[in-house]
Design a protein around this ligand. Structure first.
Ligand code: ITT
Length: 191
């Protein structure tokens, strides 16, 4: 199985590869020759996942799987959500995004949040989407150096109190939004 991932984010590629069987070879948008950012003009994860997968499917003529993800914070009415990548500014910088989130949550005691991933599977004959969610709590200061994005601020409810940034790739994959969406897609593919 040769799979083209419609993402320019190397952290996502690493996490997706860790879930897939080792016999599957994964190629990225970059390796398929796309150096510019993939189009993401929608205002929902679903719309953006579809847009990225459709773009790459048309480009390669084959099959493409995309991942659009976001952090939804209850005290912020679901923000940053679909705008998670640029919450701290147009630079799309993880450290700036985390700093902006800590500022927005300063003094807030209600700290529940969730990561959500929508994956879109685009084939020459159609498109299907899959969703994965993980519930958790936001810290008031960063902890851990692994992972990416908001991982150092997020403690999953199903875990042992560590943030995603304090876990190995394998530990994060056991409960992450991304692996849940990916497993739903794999189940569907098998059946
Ligand atoms: P592609 O569109 O090329 O896939 P991207 O980084 O722009 O890459 P998104 O549009 O899905 O991806 O942005 C989601 C942002 O949410 C991302 O930049 C991270 O800051 C954050 N994020 C996504 N998944 C995450 C995860 O597993 N852990 C922590 N933060 C995550």
């Amino acid at each position: 199985m040769k799979l083209v991932l419609a993402t320019q984010n190397p952290n996502k590629v690493k996490e997706i590869q860790a879930v897939l069987p080792s016999t599957w070879s994964v190629t990225t948008a970059l390796e398929a020759g796309i150096t510019e950012e993939l189009p993401e003009t929608g205002d929902t994860l679903d719309a953006n996942a579809r847009e990225k997968a459709a773009f790459l499917q048309e480009y390669t003529g084959g099959f493409a799987l995309s991942d659009d993800s976001g952090l939804e914070v209850d005290a912020l009415d679901g923000a940053p959500g679909v705008y998670s990548a640029r919450y701290g500014g147009p630079e799309k910088d993880d450290a700036l995004n985390r700093a902006a989130l800590l500022r927005a949550m300063d003094g807030q005691t209600q700290r529940s949040a969730r990561f959500r991933t929508v994956m879109a599977w685009a084939t020459p004959t159609g498109m299907t989407t899959y969703e994965g969610v993980v519930e958790g709590t936001l810290l008031t200061a960063e902890r851990g150096t692994g992972g990416f994005g908001y991982d150092a601020l997020f403690v999953p409810i199903d875990g042992d109190g560590r943030t995603f940034a304090e876990m190995s790739v394998d530990e994060k994959k056991a409960m992450s939004h991304r692996s849940r969406a990916l497993r739903a897609w794999m189940e569907d593919l098998r059946s």
